[in-house]
Design a protein around this ligand. Structure first.
Ligand SMILES: Cc1cc2nc3c(=O)[nH]c(=O)nc-3n(C[C@H](O)[C@H](O)[C@H](O)COP(=O)(O)O)c2cc1C
Ligand SMILES: [Mn+2]
Length: 439
């Protein structure tokens, strides 16, 4: 087991040593050049844009995560141990360690004036409504419990001190709804410029009331240093590149979107919550991190946390589950494949039903036998072709909660879910299903 990477700089240094990072010099257009270059390097290399625009305040970097192999390196574990490592982190969080402001690199510089319009935030896709911050982790303290929450939200830059946010109905949405009903703004801190381990922790699917900072610490196998944000006293990663403090405004909605999203379609324009930014801190010569929507990076950040959530959910109904994968073509969110060794009739079906609710966005579940590689789409299709009788093995559930970004879903993301039991029926003559092999 190697060391995990605790900050973005260390991770970028590693990528550079591995020749998985390219540096580009010279002026480039944030709308027409940058996203195309990120797309061209997607799945291959991180890109550092040294001086994308002289007026801009930080060094732009994108594409910092490309593969499961890289994700394992970022966490300092073998690829085959990643799921187990994530499950361990969920089960045994490691609380963060508070450091003083003088020991917190993220507080090295305070900008005299908040100027979001001077950040090198790209305009990612053609029909997007404008420049977006896509890699900031929103950290809030739930006033009811004092427990903090981490989540990533796309942020549309509306003005020098104002962003619009998409807040889907999960933890931040719940906390904000309670505060807003009482007429109060919700203080929020945005940590920007983080290594894969912290981004993966922000995507954990947990019960309400679990602080993702503890999951980050457990994933890195070392408590992460946090510092109190100066205005709101929110504990934020001390090694982040940049920190913004603000308030989600009660009773305010402004138009946000459209925005190209992970399913490779546009999320629609609508009235969304607004955050007013009060303060901006950063390290010396900070990086500005961007995640190109629908890139491998965006997909992968969703995959491992959902695989862990599905694994946990299905283990409640069967001890015979071996592996789980969320597929790239399904955006690492909609389509799950589960490998198991069913021992009794109906067991695979129960596993499928549990997986539907392991994470809301899951729309299709394929259950296969252990001999099928869950990460290999052709292998899974082979199992469907040779082991499935649709009238017997396909299950459809109507009216469940899925993803509101699925264009085929009804308002709010209400969707059907379907499952395919592609396991060999228990009791069948297994020799009829045996795969040919050359001697
Ligand atoms: C790059 C990226 C962008 C995301 N954008 C949004 C977003 O705009 N709105 C949203 O609600 N969730 C977004 N998510 C997903 C949430 O961050 C994720 O579901 C998170 O785990 C929610 O945290 P919670 O369970 O504490 O609510 C995004 C995730 C990633 C990786
Ligand atoms: Mn949460």
């Amino acid at each position: 087991m190697g060391a995990a990477f605790a900050d973005l700089r260390g991770w970028l240094g590693f990528l550079e040593d591995q020749k998985q990072l390219v540096r580009l010099r010279g002026a480039l257009d944030l709308r027409y050049d940058v996203p195309r270059i990120l797309e061209e390097h997607d799945g291959r290399a991180a890109v550092v844009f040294e001086d994308v625009d002289q007026r801009r305040s930080s060094v732009l970097v994108g594409g910092t995560l490309h593969s499961r192999a890289q994700m394992a390196q970022a966490l300092g574990v073998a690829p085959t141990d990643m799921l187990a490592a994530y499950l361990r982190a969920l089960a045994q969080p490691l609380a963060p360690r508070e450091v003083q402001p003088a020991q917190a690199p993220v507080l090295e510089v305070e900008e005299p004036e908040v100027r979001l319009d001077l950040l090198p935030a790209p305009w990612h896709h053609q029909r997007d409504s404008g420049a977006y911050i896509t890699a900031a982790v929103a950290i809030v303290r739930d006033p009811a419990t004092g427990v903090q929450n981490w989540s990533i939200h796309r942020l549309q830059i509306n003005a020098a001190r104002r962003v619009g946010a998409l807040i889907l109905p999960r933890h931040l949405g719940h906390i904000f709804a309670v505060e807003e009903a009482a007429g109060r703004d919700l203080p929020v801190a945005f940590a920007l410029g983080l290594p894969p381990g912290l981004l993966l922790a922000s995507q954990a699917i947990t019960a309400f009331g679990v602080d993702e900072a503890g999951i980050a610490g457990a994933l890195l196998r070392e408590a992460i240093p946090v510092v109190r944000s100066p205005r709101h006293g929110i504990a934020v990663p001390a090694l982040a590149e940049q920190l913004f403090e603000g308030r989600v405004l009660a009773g305010v909605r402004e138009p946000e979107g459209p925005f190209g999203e992970f399913p490779r379609t546009y999320g629609s324009r609508g009235d969304k919550p607004v955050v007013e930014i009060d303060a901006h801190y950063h390290r010396h010569e900070p990086y500005f991190q961007t995640i190109l929507p629908a890139s491998r990076e965006h997909m992968l950040l969703g995959a491992l946390p959902r695989e862990a959530a599905v694994f946990r959910a299905v283990r409640h109904v069967s001890p015979n589950v071996r592996d789980v994968a969320l597929t790239f073509a399904g955006g690492c969110r909609y389509h799950a494949v589960i490998a198991m060794a069913p021992q009794i009739a109906g067991e695979a079906k129960n596993v499928m039903l549990a997986a539907f609710s392991g994470a809301n966005e899951i729309k299709r579940v394929v259950v296969v036998d252990e001999d099928i590689d869950v990460g290999d789409a052709a292998d899974v299709e082979w199992a469907i072709a040779n082991r499935v009788q649709p009238q017997r093995d396909v299950t459809i559930v109507a009216g469940a909660l899925g993803s509101s970004l699925d264009p085929s879903a009804a308002a709010g993301g209400v969707t059907g879910k379907w499952g395919i039991d592609a396991t060999i029926p228990v009791g069948d003559d297994r020799s009829r299903y045996e795969r040919i092999r050359t001697p």
